[in-house]
Each structure stands twice: as structure tokens, then as C-alpha cells.
Design a protein around this ligand. Structure first.
Ligand SMILES: NC(=O)c1ccc[n+]([C@@H]2O[C@H](COP(=O)([O-])OP(=O)(O)OC[C@H]3O[C@@H](n4cnc5c(N)ncnc54)[C@H](OP(=O)(O)O)[C@@H]3O)[C@@H](O)[C@H]2O)c1
Length: 255
């Protein structure tokens, strides 16, 4: 098979959550460049529409939709809209994540705990469930869950976040095992430190950034495009024999 064919997503519908900026935006742009019709989703329609319009103006196919993955009613409404517009889905990139807690594990506020769990764990779970229920109708599909290196190595003061990301690795394996016979592949990516709003503290020169860089053998903070390439690979037929995998993309941080 030729390279262009291996990575060609023409005719496929790809949903990317948290696609209004950062890793999700970079992934949405690359999937559209590979030929997919991308559904650009987040809590805000205006920012998603800006990304979708930009994709369309570069010759790609994209639609903006609201999907708050911490809200089950919003998830249901989102899938109703996808069903009405496309009647199918081929690729889901579960990327929208949050962290509202920066505190020692012994000082965890229950309400903040619940919010992180609702978005990062419950949201990923029910987005996977909804996607598989549709992918099984045509016997094919691929899901990419964006977890974090904190799934494997907890970081101080973001313990709940890391625990939800470990849950994402586990749910990836659970869905991969049970859904393989229906033609659905499920993998996850563990990004290290990536230059986005989410990791804004790392963008300014100073001791926090220096300490972070000292932990990274490649000696740089990653860019959203560093993750998007792996999303494209996992979404494409190049990864046809991969399911249940957790791919670290961290500049060597966990090595
Ligand atoms: N940056 C890093 O260093 C790093 C490292 C490891 C893992 N990650 C993971 O990578 C993923 C993307 O993060 P990022 O760094 O690209 O962050 P980002 O630039 O802050 O983007 C986050 C995106 O998620 C959306 N979002 C937030 N909460 C949402 C919700 N409840 N429902 C739907 N959309 C929501 C945001 O849009 P709206 O505000 O419009 O909803 C935005 O599009 C996250 O899962 C994060 O945990 C990031």
C-alpha cells in the first residue's frame, strides 16, 4: 500500500472534543488535511466555529458543535446532532480534559474532585460508549483517548487529575478488548508537557519551566502538532493492528 493511501481518511467522519484550541485543534486540522470531515467540538460554539471555518477555508471539511463532556445531557444532545447530520462516525478523539484542583491529595475539595471525574473519566466513558454503538453498525471505527503521562507517574498537587488519566488508560483497554470483535480499535496517547493554555505556567521563563525541562531528555516542551501526528497515525489504517495501546509522547520524560 502507498503512504498516501495508508493515511487517507477521505469519506470518514471524525469527532474531536476539546478542538477549539491546543492539542484538539491541531488534531482536528491534521485529520481534516487527511480527508476526514471533522466535527470540531467543545463547550463553546463560537471558538469551535472559528476553527471549523479556518479548516474549510483551507479546503477541508469541518462542522462546529457544542459538546460539554462533563454533562451527560450535552453528550446526548451532541450525538443526536451527529446522527442527524452524518448518520455515522468513524473516528472519535476524546481529548477534552480539565483540571480544577491544584492542592495536596489530603486537601481535595469534593466538588472540585467530582468535576474533574465527570469530565475526564465519566465523559470519556460515555463518549466511547456512544461512539461504539454507532461504529458497530458498520463494523469499523477507531477511538483515540488523550490521557497523560500522569497516568503512569503522578505529579504533586494534581493527584485527582492523574488518577482520572490512569482511569482513561484502563477504560481504553476495557473498550479495546470488548469492542475488537465489532471492528472498533481503541487506543490512548499519553502526552508529556505540551505548549497549550492548559500548561500555561510552562510558557514563561523561570524555575518551574527550567525544572520541567530538566525532566525531559529531548529538552523542549512539546507542541500540539507533536501529538496530532500520533492521533492521525492511530486514526488511520497504518494502525490497523493496534488496539488497547498506550502511546507515550513525552520527549522521553518517562523513559
Ligand atoms: N498540555 C499538556 O501539557 C497536556 C499534557 C498531558 C495531557 N494533556 C491532555 O490533553 C488534552 C487537551 O489539553 P490541551 O493541553 O490541548 O488544553 P487546552 O489548550 O486548554 O484545550 C482544552 C480544550 O478542551 C475544551 N474543554 C475543556 N473542558 C471541556 C468540557 N468539559 N467539555 C468539552 N470541551 C472542554 C476547551 O474548549 P472550551 O473551553 O471551549 O470548552 C479546549 O478546546 C486534555 O485531555 C489534557 O488533559 C495535556
Amino acid at each position: 500500500m502507498r503512504v498516501a493511501q495508508l493515511f487517507d481518511l477521505s469519506g470518514r467522519v471524525a469527532i474531536v472534543t476539546g478542538a477549539s484550541r491546543g492539542i484538539g485543534e491541531a488534531s482536528a486540522r491534521l485529520l481534516a488535511d487527511a480527508g476526514a470531515h471533522v466535527v470540531v467540538a467543545s463547550r463553546r460554539l463560537d471558538t469551535c466555529e472559528a476553527v471549523a471555518a479556518s479548516i474549510r477555508s483551507s479546503g477541508g471539511r469541518a462542522t462546529a458543535r457544542v459538546c460539554h463532556v462533563g454533562d451527560l445531557a450535552s453528550i446526548e444532545q451532541f450525538w443526536n446532532e451527529v446522527d442527524a447530520q452524518f448518520g455515522r462516525v468513524d473516528i472519535l478523539v476524546n481529548n477534552a480534559g480539565t483540571n480544577t484542583i491544584f492542592a495536596p491529595v489530603t486537601e481535595t475539595d469534593p466538588a472540585a474532585f467530582q468535576k474533574v471525574v465527570d469530565v475526564n473519566f465519566r465523559g470519556y466513558w460515555f463518549m466511547c460508549q456512544a461512539a461504539v454503538r454507532r461504529m458497530r453498525l458498520h463494523g469499523a471505527g477507531t477511538i483515540i483517548n488523550v490521557a497523560s503521562v500522569t497516568a503512569e507517574r503522578p505529579m504533586d498537587n494534581i493527584g485527582v487529575y492523574g488518577a482520572t488519566k490512569a482511569a482513561v488508560v484502563n477504560l481504553t483497554q476495557a473498550f479495546a478488548r470488548e469492542c475488537a470483535s465489532e471492528g472498533v480499535r481503541v487506543n490512548c496517547i499519553l502526552p508529556g508537557l505540551i505548549n497549550t493554555k492548559f500548561a500555561a505556567v510552562l510558557q514563561t521563563e523561570g524555575p518551574v519551566r527550567e525544572a520541567a525541562l530538566a525532566e525531559i531528555p529531548l529538552r523542549r516542551i512539546g507542541e500540539p502538532t507533536d501529538i496530532a501526528g500520533a492521533v492521525l497515525f492511530l486514526a488511520s489504517d497504518a494502525a490497523a493492528y493496534m488496539t488497547g495501546a498506550a502511546m507515550r509522547i513525552d520527549g522521553g520524560m518517562l523513559a
